[in-house]
Design a protein around this ligand. Sequence first.
Ligand code: ADP
Length: 259
Amino acid sequence: PAQPAASASGKPGIPGVGAIVAVASGKGGVGKSTTAVNLALGLAANGLKVGLLDADIYGPSVPRLLGLSGRPQTQDGRTLVPMQAFGIKAMSMGFLVEEDTPMIWRGPMVMSALTQMLREVAWAPLDILVVDMPPGTGDAQLTMAQQVPLAGAVIVSTPQDLALIDARKGLGMFRKVNVPVLGIVENMSYFLCPHCGGRSDIFGHGGARHEAEKLDIPFLGEIPLELAIRETSDAGTPIVATAPESAHAAVYRTIAGRI
Ligand code: ADP
């Protein structure tokens, strides 16, 4: 994957952690977290040591997506030991607070929670740390991009224009903070009917590829809108880990190989 974490930005990397890569989207609900989890597992399937940091403080979804619950252990009094699932390490606010506790923190507290989940977690040794970013392009995202020595960002978008417009804003944000955009993934790209086998472009199709070409950014691939992806996500049994021989798992592994 991408370059080591000791980036040109001068921000200190995390000892023993290779590259830190953000998975981002312009808005919520486009499948960013589902994609981040399956790409992380795809990277692991490709032979890398992988960690997944859920940076969505207000709406953590990594615990559910990986079927994890419980509290992380600590070592040396303060370092958190990441949770483990399907061969990857994971850390999320969801492990540290009760599920129904509303997060009413202001920006600085969010930043300190993120910093702690980055720097006070026993991540090492990792080849790559995938960060599931919060949706949108607000302050939290900007600060995150500024604080963390990101090797690059992967943008997840649906083909819809609205999602694309927002994803475009996301691109602008990463450019502003000099984080290279590694490419765009089009999620919910098309639908294959399980009954008749026919294909429907529910949200239109090809918008992200077209946009990527226009912006001269790599287009990393298309993920279909697929019942099995939704069901395995909700069940905490991500498709790349539990159905590695499926065509969908292959799609994620291929995209992971392009990061
Ligand atoms: P985000 O992180 O962008 O808010 P999520 O990953 O939580 O989005 O996904 C939103 C919903 O869409 C979830 O129910 C998830 O299971 C579903 N989903 C995501 N990607 C796909 C896909 N390719 N096919 C079917 N369902 C999907």
